[in-house]
Design a protein around this ligand. Sequence first.
Ligand code: ZN
Length: 83
Amino acid sequence: MSDSRALLMKKLLAICPVCKKPIYGKDIDVNNIDITKINHWPVKYTPCHSHNGTPVHALTMYIDSNFSVRGKEVSEFLKIQRK
Ligand SMILES: [Zn+2]
């Protein structure tokens, strides 16, 4: 792991406006994202989570190539189907 990735793991990207959960680099699996395959920025990343007893919700973050969050949106309705 490069130094920049180690720093990114600890970086605070955003705070969820619904539940106030802090989202860190490690929460978005930066090691599993192949940055070389991303051909447009910002990328959208949507972690689904619940925190402090809130119902599960999806926070979409728009992340630029410096891994700074340019914007965020919360989905009020969420359905995930598993087969
Ligand atoms: Zn949240």
